[in-house]
Design a protein around this ligand. Sequence first.
Ligand SMILES: [Zn+2]
Length: 168
Amino acid sequence: MPKNYCPRCGSLALLSHDGNQYGCEQCDFELFRNVAAAVGVVLVHQQHILLVKRSKAPQAGMWDLPGGFVNRGETAEQALRRECQEELAIQLDSELAFLGAWPNLYAYKELEYPTLDIFYTATLTNRPQLTADNTEVYDVTWMSSDACRTLDMAFNSGALAIAAYLRR
Ligand SMILES: [Zn+2]
């Protein structure tokens, strides 16, 4: 097990046996790197699913479902509505139906963040005018359900969410 620097005493004595709980052998400090919550949505309009192309790491250039990390104090639904507004300027007023939650690993700047990605689905009656926020997303498209079945997705959790939606 590689040792890490302790954020309290600075010794190279921080150890973890499970990658979740860390303990310092010098000063007894304990640190938890718990799973972070993230949300995503399978947005549907006339048998087409809305996909975004990621413009930044990790997995830049790959297809993903709209979503992001849950902020402190937010409900999953609030986080999802906020992300849709920020990334795509979509006001998500539709009812969100829970689809499932799958674990994921999000590698960013030398750190790997374990997440639990919580997915919802919503059906839009009107096709919204799409504008991608280019810092997060550089392309956005409606893809047919059939094309989504075999699509190479940025994250396995997103692929599992689409598969779960298509089984419904
Ligand atoms: Zn310490």
